[in-house]
Design a protein around this ligand. Structure first.
Ligand SMILES: *Cc1c(COP(=O)(O)O)cnc(C)c1O
Length: 400
């Protein structure tokens, strides 16, 4: 049984992701004072926490890893039951491509239809805990919907800024949660500029990707879940659709934390992490393959995978570090190929995935053909969202 002592968060402080300078975790924080870089939550590792003591097996949500999450008081938890999504074997697809083991973690089954629920459940809980009265966000779609839902549940004000071309379902759902919605011509970086104008007096907490430390903590729960659900044997390769990068960075952070905690088998290799981008907006690929020094001047185009249209991700260096440390790579996928992937996953596996999830499957095919992934490896795909909200983008394309 869990004791109350073990349930208390071990959040210790926040560290600048560039230089490690500590910042207090007892005040609302945005980026680091020293480098204006993302802050990372650091936990007290002593005394050593065992898996059995840490995991609340009765909680079928991401909050089962409560002890490694940053909330200080459970009273402030804002939850809709996010997380603990299934890992599904894709047997028909594996058969068609002669693969030993192909798995998909289906984040489309989260509240509000995407993995963004995890990050926003955590960020809104912390916003409430630290006394914020409302939140504001620039979004490609899913993050805005999730923020609107969790703010409604917390009784906080919600302001969502999204590109005008975002499928209607995203905007409409925000309205149903009572959020204030602003539409902007352009991509998420243009929305970020509008957020700065709208929030010039800092009345609202800006929960932009990596501009506050806690969305990452929600997203890292995917890493803990993967390990637990696969009986602590991580896959050989893990593919993730990367826009702002919190998913990729968060999962890697969880793997590192579990290594320190001693939760993974001694000397076990961590998965190679593959970041998947859209050809229409591939800043990380361009930097990774040396076509630019960094993403600072990158100009992207819209894609049917709205979540991947992030031209200048603040977490670029953190993503590159994950690719380097894990021996991974980047793959870019065209919108046409994403549609083909959606058809394959729909027709062979009964999954209506977001174009981002389809991109991950098509990237797998690409890396198999290139010999970067071998058919006898254990391959894990992350489907980050449900296809249902993307109908405007994919209408009439089910038959190719
Ligand atoms: C936001 C989003 C992504 C990209 O996630 P990041 O954490 O920004 O890298 C991928 N897929 C979907 C469905 C999304 O909503």
């Amino acid at each position: 049984m869990l004791t109350s002592v073990e349930l208390i968060s071990r959040l210790h402080e926040l560290h600048c992701s560039v230089c490690g300078q500590p910042h207090t975790a007892y005040l609302l924080q945005t980026v680091s004072e020293c480098h204006a870089a993302p802050l990372e939550a650091v936990y007290d590792q002593r005394p050593r926490l065992t898996r059995a003591a840490a995991i609340n097996v009765h909680d079928a949500s991401m909050w089962r890893y409560r002890a490694m999450l940053p909330l200080l008081d459970d009273e402030n938890k804002v939850t809709l039951g996010e997380g603990f999504t299934p890992i599904l074997p894709l047997r028909q697809l594996a058969g068609r491509y002669n693969l030993r083991e192909l798995l998909l973690k289906d984040e489309g089954q989260n509240p509000t239809g995407s993995f963004k629920a995890r990050g926003l459940s955590m960020a809104v809980s912390k916003a409430k805990e630290l006394g914020s009265t409302g939140c504001i966000i620039p979004t490609a779609g899913n993050a805005g919907v999730a923020m609107a839902a969790y703010c409604a549940r917390a009784g906080l004000r919600a302001v969502v800024v999204m590109p005008r071309h975002t499928p209607t379902a995203f905007r409409e759902e925000c309205y149903w949660y009572g959020a204030e919605v602003h539409l902007v011509d352009g991509l998420i970086n243009d929305c970020a500029a509008r957020v700065r104008e709208l929030n010039s007096r800092n009345e609202l907490l800006d929960v932009s990707t990596l501009k506050e430390p806690y969305r990452l903590e929600g997203k890292k729960t995917m890493g803990y879940e993967l390990a637990e659900q696969l009986d602590w044997q991580l896959p050989d390769v893990l593919l993730y659709p990367a826009g702002g990068g919190t998913g990729l960075i968060g999962i890697w952070k969880a793997f590192r934390e579990m290594q320190v905690l001693g939760w993974l088998p001694e000397n076990a290799k961590l998965p190679r992490m593959v970041a998947v981008q859209a050809e229409n907006c591939q800043p990380l690929a361009d930097t990774y393959f040396g076509r630019q020094a960094n993403c600072a001047a990158y100009v992207g185009q819209p894609t049917i995978a709205n979540g991947l249209a992030v031209p200048r991700p603040l977490g670029e260096q953190m993503m590159l570090r994950v690719l380097r440390e894990s021996g991974g790579t980047v793959v870019s996928i065209s919108d046409e190929d994403m549609l083909e992937g959606m058809r394959e996953l729909g027709q062979l596996e009964g999954l209506f995935v977001a174009p981002e999830g389809a991109a991950v499957w098509m990237a797998t095919r690409h890396l198999l053909a290139a010999g970067t992934i071998s058919p006898d490896e254990q391959i894990l795909l992350l489907n980050t969202g449900s296809g249902q909200k993307y109908l405007d983008n994919v209408l009439g394309r089910a038959r190719g």
